[in-house]
Design a protein around this ligand. Structure first.
Ligand SMILES: Cc1cc2nc3c(=O)[nH]c(=O)nc-3n(C[C@H](O)[C@H](O)[C@H](O)COP(=O)(O)OP(=O)(O)OC[C@H]3O[C@@H](n4cnc5c(N)ncnc54)[C@H](O)[C@@H]3O)c2cc1C
Length: 420
């Protein structure tokens, strides 16, 4: 690298620090609120009214890939920049709730999901002895050709989205950690750790809830709260009689969920208070905890071996302060709304973002219009879903005799029954 180039990229980085790291009040549409020169304001105006032909997506998780797929479907050139060098192979499963299946069908990957995952109808909720307390219904929202809901491995869904996006011409770059995003002429410029840069008309920030870029680009927003709940995940052989999710209510706010995700695999999620979890000896801890659940869930302990990969994830909760855009950057997915994973809504809302983005891009290529319309369609809906999932998380952590999970699920089902 020649020295001139080095000095130049250093200047850009310093610029980024002064613009984003100070706690500057945000305007709804600009990077340089108040006090900017007339020229700077003109540039800003030009930036906001530019059409959208090229988009750079920061983050190759479910949200980034689903948005990339939706935008490529509108003829936009999309480049996805993912920090990790290889796709995440975490032993995590997802419940594709009815509303999420509807939106995945809309994005064109419904059939792939059905082929790969495990279709089910309804969920059983049982007590510690295995007695059925109630059934949580699942409505068919994706049309008669599709099942009501699916269990699927997180990595399988991510791969389906990535393959479909690439088939539509999306470029996915791995090992491409973005360190700064800022305007460059009429474009947005994402700078990579490697020293390279990618320019586009807008940048979509899909880097998750805990990303440094979220904090740097939206300094007024607080990081999401840790709700004090640990979610353990493992993939185990599927019990032959498990044909829909089984939710076991345990003691001290614990819950165990077993979801069929493939004909030979089930996903286990064990939920408990963070203070009760023991990350240093995962398998023995999970075995001990499972012993207090219903017999069908207790039996899963025998399917956990010393080599079974386990993931532990804190549940986080919090919305990015409005507006979700700044300059030419729009936040989506967990970055905009970190939801407790209850009822599969964390991922479902990320997929809704993608659907809405695709629909709006069919009507406008004006970035200011797009950003405003996106937030109008998403903010209230996500706030409502967030209230419901955060209540479910609170009931887990502080058991409440008035808690009515079935009623909560009902309210949620009604909220997401119609597309966002
Ligand atoms: C362990 C685990 C368990 C989960 N359990 C559930 C569940 O039970 N139910 C549910 O509904 N959802 C669950 N989820 C899904 C989840 O919470 C999200 O809602 C969903 O995947 C959308 O996330 P996202 O793509 O916005 O962010 P993420 O999944 O966090 O992806 C962000 C991506 O951006 C990349 N990135 C970060 N910073 C940069 C950077 N600077 N440059 C480039 N790339 C960057 C990261 O490497 C990552 O790949 C789970 C996720 C995990 C990881």
């Amino acid at each position: 690298m020649d020295t001139n180039h080095f000095a130049w990229s250093l200047r850009i980085r310093n610029l980024s620090t002064t613009r984003y790291e100070k706690n500057i009040p945000e305007t709804t549409n600009g990077l340089q609120p108040g006090g900017g020169t007339v020229r700077a304001r003109d540039t800003e105006q030009r930036l906001m009214t530019r059409g959208i032909e090229r988009v750079c997506v920061i983050g190759a998780g479910i949200s980034g890939l689903a948005c990339a797929l939706a935008m490529a479907g509108r003829g936009i050139r999309v480049e996805v920049l993912g920090a990790s060098t290889r796709p995440c192979a975490s032993p995590v499963h997802l419940e594709i709730a009815p509303s999420m299946l509807r939106d995945l069908v809309h994005l064109g990957v419904g059939e792939d999901c059905v082929r790969t995952g495990f279709a089910y109808q309804g969920m059983d909720v049982v007590d510690g002895r295995g007695r059925r307390l109630f059934e949580l219904p699942t409505e068919r929202l994706a049309g008669q050709r599709y099942p009501a809901a699916l269990g699927i491995c997180h990595r399988d869904l991510r791969q389906i989205l990535e393959c479909a996006a690439m088939a539509r011409g999306v470029i996915v770059k791995r090992g491409a950690r973005v360190t700064a995003v800022q305007p460059h002429g009429v474009h947005m410029r994402a700078e990579l750790e490697s020293g390279e840069a990618v320019e586009a008309d807008i940048a979509l920030l899909a880097a998750g809830a805990g990303s440094d870029l979220r904090a740097a680009l939206f300094p007024r927003s607080c990081p999401p709260d840790d709700v004090g709940q640990a979610w353990w995940y493992a993939l185990v052989p599927r019990p032959v009689d498990l044909d829909r999710p089984l939710i076991g209510i345990g003691q001290a706010g614990r819950r165990a969920i077993l979801v069929p995700v493939r004909h030979d695999t089930a996903g286990l999620a064990l939920i408990e208070a963070r203070r009760a979890s023991n990350p240093d000896s995962a398998i023995p801890h999970l075995r001990t905890v499972l012993a207090s659940f219903a017999p069908r869930l207790r039996a899963v302990a025998d399917r956990l071996t010393a080599d079974t990969p386990v993931a532990l994830r804190p549940a986080r909760s919090g919305l990015l302060a409005s507006p979700w855009h700044r300059g030419g950057v729009l936040a989506v997915g967990d970055c905009a709304h970190a939801l407790p994973p209850h009822f599969g809504q964390a991922t479902a809302q990320a997929v809704e973002d993608a659907r809405v983005l695709g629909e709006l891009l069919a009507r406008t290529s004006d970035r200011a219009v797009l950003f405003e319309a996106f937030e109008r369609r998403r903010l209230e809906r996500v706030r409502h879903v967030h209230r419901l999932t955060a209540t479910a998380a609170r009931w887990d952590v502080e058991p409440d005799s008035e808690a009515d999970l079935s009623l909560l699920m009902n309210q949620l089902t009604q909220t997401v029954a119609h597309p966002s």
